[in-house]
Design a protein around this ligand. Structure first.
Ligand code: HSE
Length: 412
């Protein structure tokens, strides 16, 4: 029998115990031994839980219990999760986590401890909820050089954008609904400001390119400035606004960014609905592969956590060789150098004259016509240019028109 502790009995933690109990027999059959939940750590009381007698409020009950081989961390946040995980690994216990904040901030250090102690530190659930992505990148696509990863990695923002577009729902109402469904982070600013998606792309980039990527080194924009008008213009242009997380190889460095972008309807990411996530990964030998599924929520995320627990059982004393070195940010190219076409929404006294000026400044632009556009309103897409170049040219254009909004066109 393998004994595990689950730290955190929130949305995901509740799902983990539910699956471990519900599928105990099937899991034992697959592993050849039973997985027994010895302790659940939470400061709250859960008297109605079928394992209420195994709850504890004291981490010492876990760390000092030599019979516990695997610790599941589903508390979220850094404090006290980082300390508890570090102590668990140092004590020779394998750790499974869904905590992307932890992996993005401390992954290199925790993986090094796991390596030293010959235990596993697994985090499949930290990116894409139920979608298998860490294991495929680490194992199935290991023979490839990964050229780029583009994805929708935050279910909450995708859910909100969809509700705004399809149901004309106000931003706040859609966010409240995402919270009610258990998709949103404890502090939803992490979702809507893009930090959650950023942490996830940092983890994938570190895994694929071998050097830790700290979120502070990645240019990150959320969806709070996206207006209904931008969304309508994206549709008129032939696509949708999506919060895109992207990592691409450029020489021996990477371009990594999170931002709302226009995604053409030719690209399947434009059709990702609701809380679903999708990643498109391009390997030099494999070509492009899509990974799609539920990116958030209790059981989808817990399913990935429990699979990692099972992997720990199967790889007891023979660790999964997931490792990357620490980084100082020098592997991430400055975002001002990334090249994209840009959407611009502006107002001028004479929109035709303003468009002529735009063509003069940016080169030949594509004007977006939309029914119901206001007088003087002008929306267009520029040719591809670096962000630094765009900023300078947009400053020049702003002398002829009032620039209301700008957004990158995704290069998937
Ligand atoms: N808040 C996250 C999301 C949860 O909406 O995708 C899953 O990481």
């Amino acid at each position: 029998m393998i004994q595990v502790a689950v730290m955190g009995h929130g949305v995901v933690g509740g799902g983990v115990t539910e699956i471990l109990l519900k599928h105990a027999e099937q899991i034992a059959k697959k592993l050849g031994e039973e997985v027994y939940i010895k302790k659940v750590l939470d400061l709250r009381d859960f008297p109605d839980s079928p394992i209420a007698d195994r709850f504890t409020k004291d981490f010492n009950d876990i760390i000092s219990d030599d019979e516990i081989d695997i610790v599941v961390e589903v508390m979220g946040g850094l404090k006290p999760a980082y300390d508890f995980v570090k102590q668990s690994l140092s004590a020779g216990k394998s750790v499974v986590t869904s905590n992307k904040e932890l992996v993005a901030a401390k992954g290199a250090e925790l993986l090094a401890i796991a390596e030293e102690k010959n235990v596993n530190f697994l985090f499949e659930a930290s990116v894409g909820g139920a979608i298998p992505i860490i294991r495929p990148l680490h194992q199935c696509l290991a023979a490839n050089e990964i050229e780029k990863i583009n994805g929708i990695l935050n279910g909450t923002t995708n859910f909100i954008l969809n509700k705004m577009i399809n149901d004309n729902m106000a931003f706040e109402e859609a966010l409240a609904l995402a919270q009610e469904k258990g998709y949103a982070e404890r502090n939803p600013a992490a979702d809507i400001e893009g930090h959650d998606a950023c942490r996830k792309i940092c983890i994938l980039a570190a895994l694929v390119y071998g050097t830790h990527v700290y979120p502070e080194n990645v240019h990150t924009e959320g969806i709070t400035k996206v207006t209904l008008k931008d969304v309508e213009y994206a549709q008129a242009w032939g696509g949708a606004v999506k919060l895109i997380a992207s990592a691409r190889k450029n020489g021996d460095k990477q371009e990594i960014i999170v931002a709302p972008m226009f995604v053409s309807s030719d690209c399947q990411l434009s059709n990702v609905d609701g809380v679903y996530n999708e990643l498109l990964v391009r390997g030099d030998s494999s070509g492009t592969i899509g990974f799609y599924g539920r990116g958030a929520g209790k059981l989808p995320t817990a399913s990935a956590v429990v699979a990692d627990v099972m992997d720990c059982v199967l790889h007891k004393d023979k660790r999964r060789n997931i490792i990357w070195k620490d980084g100082d940010g020098s592997n991430v190219l400055p975002y001002e150098t990334y090249v994209n076409a840009m959407y611009v929404l502006a107002n001028g006294d004479d929109s035709s004259a303003a468009f002529a000026k735009a063509n003069e400044i940016f080169g030949e632009c594509e004007r977006i016509a939309m029914n119901g556009a206001e007088d003087g309103e002008l929306a267009f897409v520029t040719p591809e240019l670096s962000f630094a170049d765009f900023t300078a040219k947009c400053g020049e254009f702003a002398k002829s028109a009032d620039v209301k909004s700008t957004m990158r066109v995704a290069k998937i």
